[in-house]
Write a protein that binds this ligand. Structure first.
Ligand code: ASP
Ligand code: MG
Length: 410
């Protein structure tokens, strides 16, 4: 008998019929003799609907109250799913985040889980019940309701699996796994059977929206095997787990892309100690996250400094930078919102030279200009003109033979 945590996303519980179908899937696992803990999201569209209600009343509603509001979405689903299970003759019990003591910090709208007291869940499991838990929410040490950021139910599920030492955390979603590239862009992209935590972490931070980044961090830290699979069609999905030396590995596991970024350059910056800080300090103070940073080698004591931010932060960052430019005596500021980031990801990169140059050649052969480059041990990212995004993903996918051989073929 295994203990399995299953998470169902918003589309999977989007209607009464779908909730009934989820109940059937859970019952299947029960019939196989497993103990099942289920984490659910709000019904699809519900979180957005609630947010809009709040924003209709105030342009920037208080973040504590927003969490009180948003947590109701998941509370609806847990009750409905538990009712559906009971209607089919299966004992079950629903719990909110607070009821199972998902303790978080007090960062409303983006709280982090600190601790979970699994006792109440374990007791219900011992009583033979299916336990249905609200995703995305917790409670801080003052008893305030908190939420974990968009997509946070993934993190609840993985954290629950870690706390309960579950055999596996199955994330049921509307795609049937993690692909070598977005199948909407690359029709012959393939589903990966396996992917390492580190690779998934890179994919998630580089734009793949399959899992919330924090859930992957959690899974890696506590070594929870996570399986991404479809709630609508059969299949083994993609298993995210530790790297396995014995497995045959391709050089590259996947191509990620992201069109959410924008680039800013401050030109003709006097090159002296403290300049990077005087440029990025005010940006950080405005709570704007910076992704790629490039500073050129200086010529005649002057340098250019370029970085990327989320597109939503572009206008604010530009204003800040214009002020900084004046203050430090730079020549000026330029920016571009129409950029895209293309990345190749794979642990195979560690043991092979020439991966980056292969990438650059593939792009050059198509006349795609590279504007910025950044690398880590297992990824290479480039910024290109947004109009080349889809072409770029496709040519990289075939340049690395991802349509032919997989990361791991079982
Ligand atoms: N309901 C929340 C959202 O829409 C959390 C989740 O679905 O994971 O982001
Ligand atoms: Mg999601």
């Amino acid at each position: 008998m295994a203990l399995i945590v299953q998470k169902y996303g918003g589309t999977s519980v989007g209607s009464v019929e779908r909730i009934r179908a989820v109940a059937d899937k859970i019952i299947e696992s029960r019939k196989q003799g497993h103990q099942v803990v289920v984490v659910v999201s709000a019904m699809s569209g519900e979180t957005d609907r609630l947010l809009k209600l709040a924003r209709d009343l105030a342009p920037q509603p208080d973040s504590r109250e927003v969490d009180v509001l948003l947590s109701t979405g998941e509370q609806v689903t847990i009750a409905l799913l538990s009712i559906a299970l009971q209607a089919k003759g299966y004992p079950s019990v629903s719990f909110t985040g607070a009821q199972v003591h998902i303790l978080t910090d007090s960062a409303f709208n983006k709280a982090r889980i600190i601790d979970i007291d699994a006792a109440r869940v374990q007791k219900a499991l011992h009583e033979g019940k299916v336990v249905v838990i609200a995703g995305f929410q917790g409670i801080d040490s003052d008893g305030n309701i908190t939420t974990l950021g968009r997509g946070g139910s993934d993190t609840t599920a993985v954290a629950m699996a870690a706390a309960l030492k579950a055999t596996e955390c199955a994330i049921y979603t509307d795609v049937d796994g993690v692909y070598t590239a977005d199948p909407r862009i690359v029709p012959d992209a393939r589903r990966l059977d396996r992917l390492s935590y580190e690779e998934m972490l890179e994919m998630a931070s580089l734009g793949s929206k399959v899992l919330q980044i924090r859930s992957v961090e959690f899974a890696n830290k506590y070594k929870v095997p996570v399986r991404v699979l479809s709630s609508f069609k059969e299949g083994a999905g993609t298993l995210i787990t530790d790297e396995d030396e014995k497995m045959e590995q391709a050089l590259i596991s996947g191509i990620a892309h992201n069109r959410d970024e924008a680039k800013l350059t401050i030109v003709g910056v006097p090159d002296r100690p403290g300049v990077a800080y005087s440029i990025l300090g005010p940006v950080a103070e405005a709570n704007i996250e910076v992704d790629m940073i490039v500073q050129n080698v200086s010529a005649e004591g002057m340098t250019d400094f370029t970085f990327t931010v989320h597109r939503n932060d572009y206008d604010t960052a530009l204003k800040i930078l214009e002020k900084t430019s004046e203050k430090i005596g730079a020549r000026g500021v330029t920016g571009d919102k129409k950029i895209a980031k293309l990345s190749i990801v794979g642990v195979g990169m560690r043991s092979h030279a020439g991966i980056a140059s292969k990438m650059f050649k593939a792009l050059a052969d198509e006349g795609i200009n590279i504007q910025m480059i950044s690398t880590s041990e297992i990824k290479v990212s480039v910024v290109v003109d947004e109009k080349y995004l889809e072409l770029g993903v496709r040519i990289l996918h075939s340049a690395f033979g991802l349509d032919k051989h997989g990361f791991i073929e079982n």
